[in-house]
Every structure is written in structure tokens, then in C-alpha cells.
Ligand binder design. Structure first.
Ligand SMILES: *Cc1c(COP(=O)(O)O)cnc(C)c1O
Length: 385
């Protein structure tokens, strides 16, 4: 079976982890700091806080932004559940903004309309989380401008998008947001096994994120109530978590960062090959916004079902039977049973639902060889014919 995605770990990556294992630190220590600096420097952000997953990163980013019980968070329905669950962790109410039918990202037009009507009805969000679907940046300049006008905080869920660019900025620079979140799960662009990061240019957010990562504890006298009792002293000044990542994982992360550009370049050349090989098929191929250079986490095709004469499910199962590990990103979050119990229902976000009925993610990862890719294309042509 050719999977839809997989990590690429080479001998250098392994050596980098072994070095950490031979060192004095295993939990959060100097390797985490180095990894944080590597990513912040690459992206052009001032601060970065590495944590145990992107899910943890989204949670503390929402808390740092001041999301409170009863607040509101908007995100895309075409995402992994974690992009919306972070609002629920804070006791806030998630809601969704339907997608752009070309990029499958949260639509800036729809966001603008929804904000205008929310303003009249008194339901403006505190936080909006644009998700850079498949690695392609959302229209950040427009979203940032709406954030200023309506007073919400923008947190980018860039779990798919490290190594991507928006205009002349790297995703993660936070030029158009308060914070950006990355995931280092093995199917993503680079990996630490499990892991995530929050980037920001704001010192106040950075200091808060660092505390929330580790129990809400500080050792900095500037933040303490009263004077420290002595050199051993720390204070818990708010409720935080244990969301730390290990030095072992960070060793892998720093090594993977050195390979990031090569990974994204290979993803692009495979995507271009798919574009060429699939041009004549009854499919919509990924559309690239001129402002975005995608990290190409996913290569998603949409089936022209009328022309194909097979159901979406038949094509999907046909590919699996051919040994092609296709996948589907994403089941619209608002249609999940848990979200239906919150009051959402099918029909609420028709673009995301229409997309879901036609989309398939083809295998795409740096070590996918041209001949394996040819096998995918041949299998797809057979199934479609
Ligand atoms: C993978 C992913 C997450 C969660 O990442 P973890 O590191 O597994 O917690 C969040 N949002 C999106 C869009 C993702 O793809």
C-alpha cells in the first residue's frame, strides 16, 4: 500500500536524536531552545514556544489571546477537529466560516459577510483561526484587516504550512496574525513524532505561552506577587498545563528543519507531475492562489461525478483496492456527532459539504518516487475509466 503521507527520517535525523540521548537533558532543555530558535529564525518571527502537539499549541494560543467561557471562536469547517476544539477547551463557542470553492480555505468574502451580520446581532468573535489548508496560505492581508476592523485576534492554524509563503513573507512570520501554530505530527511537513509550536512577535503573548506550557508557573520575579522567598522559589500565578515537548523530539525537529526546503521542493515537483499526468481526467486539480507558495501537505483532487459515472465512494474504494492509500481531508467538522449536539447540522456550510462529497487526497510525501507516483496515476485512470 502506498500511503497518502509519511515521514522522511534519514541517518542525520537519527544521529541528531542519539546525540540528545547521550546528553544531560531529555525533557525540555537546550535542544528545545535550539529548535525554537531554528523555526523562529526560518519564519522570521520574534518568539516561538514548542509544545507537545499542535492541539496543545492551539489551546494555549487561545488562552493567551484571552478567550474566555462564553466567548466565540470562528474557524474553517474544512479542517481537523482540533482547530475548533481549542475553543471548546476554553469554554467558548465555536462557529464556522464556509470555504472558498477554489482554495478550500476559509473564504475571506464569506468571513466579511458573516462579520457584518454578526455585528448587527451582537455576536462578533473574539478569535478567528484561518487554517492554511493543504499548505496554501489563506488571504491573510484581508483577514488581518477584518481583525483590526472588528476587533478579533487572528491565530493561524498552519499545521499544514511550514515552509510555505504568503506574498513576501514566510508562513509563521506572524506579519498578519497575533500567533501562528505548526504541527510536527509524522504526516505533516516536518516531524518530531508528536509536537507543535506557537510563533508570535508579541512579548506579552510569548511570556504567557511559556507559563501556560508549564503549569502556569513562573521563576521570573517580575511576574510574582511579593518578593521571592529565595533562589529555589517559583510561583504558580495562573492555571497552566504540562504541554512540554522533550529534548529528544526537539533534536529530531532541528535536524528536520535543515531538510525543510528540500521537502517542500520535492512536494512541489510531485504536485507538478500530478498536474501534468492528470490534466485530461474528469477532475479538478489543486488551484494555487497567486499570493501563496504552498507547502503542499496534501494533493487533493475533486471528482467530476457527473462525467465519471461512479460514486465518490466507488472511486475511493477502487483506489484502496489498487493499493493506493488515499484519504479524505476533511469531514466537515460541524457534521461530527459532537458538533451536531452543539446545534450544527448538515446544510450549514454548503461549500465545505459539497467539497467533501467529491474530494480525495492522493499520496504525496518527499520520498514518494516517480515510479510509485506513476502507479498512483495508472490506478486512478483505471478506476475512473
Ligand atoms: C494535524 C492538525 C492539527 C493537530 O495537530 P497535532 O500536532 O496532531 O495536535 C491541527 N490542525 C490541523 C489543520 C491539522 O492538520
Amino acid at each position: 500500500m502506498i500511503p497518502y503521507g509519511r515521514q522522511d527520517v534519514n541517518e542525520e535525523d537519527i544521529q541528531s536524536v542519539v546525540e540528545v540521548l547521550r546528553s544531560d537533558w531529555l525533557t525540555q532543555g537546550p535542544a528545545v531552545e535550539r529548535f525554537e530558535q531554528d523555526v523562529a529564525h526560518y519564519c522570521g518571527a520574534k518568539y516561538s514556544v514548542a509544545v507537545s502537539s499542535a492541539t496543545a499549541a492551539l489551546h494555549i494560543a487561545c488562552l493567551a489571546a484571552g478567550l474566555k467561557p462564553g466567548g466565540t471562536l470562528w474557524t474553517s469547517p474544512n479542517t481537523f477537529v482540533a482547530s475548533a476544539n481549542c475553543g471548546l477547551y476554553c469554554g467558548a463557542n465555536p462557529d464556522f466560516v464556509d470555504i472558498d470553492p477554489r482554495t478550500y480555505n476559509l473564504s475571506a468574502d464569506t468571513l466579511e459577510e458573516k462579520l457584518a451580520s454578526a455585528e448587527k446581532q451582537g455576536g462578533l468573535p473574539q478569535i478567528v483561526i484561518p487554517v492554511h489548508f493543504a499548505g496554501q496560505s489563506c488571504e491573510m492581508e484581508r483577514i488581518a484587516a477584518l481583525g483590526k476592523r472588528y476587533g478579533f485576534t487572528v491565530i493561524e492554524d498552519a499545521s499544514h504550512a511550514i515552509g510555505g509563503r504568503y506574498r513576501d513573507t514566510r508562513v509563521g512570520s506572524c506579519a498578519f496574525s497575533a500567533m501562528t501554530v505548526f504541527s510536527f505530527h509524522p504526516v505533516k511537513i516536518i516531524t518530531t513524532g508528536e509536537g507543535g509550536m506557537v510563533l508570535t512577535n508579541r512579548q506579552d503573548l510569548y511570556e504567557k505561552l511559556v507559563r501556560l506550557r508549564s503549569h502556569g508557573i513562573t521563576r521570573d520575579p517580575r511576574f510574582m506577587e511579593g518578593e521571592p522567598d529565595g533562589p529555589w522559589y517559583y510561583q504558580q500565578i495562573e492555571l497552566g498545563f504540562n504541554y512540554r515537548i522533550t529534548d529528544i523530539q526537539a533534536g529530531l525537529g532541528s535536524s528536520q528543519m535543515r531538510r525543510l526546503d528540500e521537502f517542500v521542493a520535492r512536494r512541489h515537483s510531485l504536485a507538478e507531475r500530478y498536474d501534468t499526468l492528470l490534466r485530461e481526467q474528469a477532475l479538478t486539480l489543486p488551484w494555487q492562489h497567486p499570493d501563496a507558495y504552498s507547502a503542499f501537505h496534501l494533493y487533493v483532487i475533486r471528482l467530476h461525478l457527473d462525467a465519471i459515472g461512479k460514486t465518490h465512494r466507488q472511486v475511493f474504494e477502487g483506489l484502496r483496492q489498487e493499493g493506493i492509500g488515499v484519504n479524505l481531508h476533511y469531514i466537515p467538522v460541524h457534521t461530527q456527532p459532537y458538533y451536531r449536539r452543539l446545534g450544527f447540522k448538515p446544510g450549514d456550510f454548503p461549500q465545505a459539504e459539497q467539497y467533501y462529497r467529491e474530494a480525495i487526497s492522493l499520496p504525496l510525501y518527499p520520498s514518494l518516487s516517480d515510479s510509485e507516483q506513476d502507479r498512483v496515476v495508472q490506478a486512478l485512470k483505471r478506476v475512473l475509466s
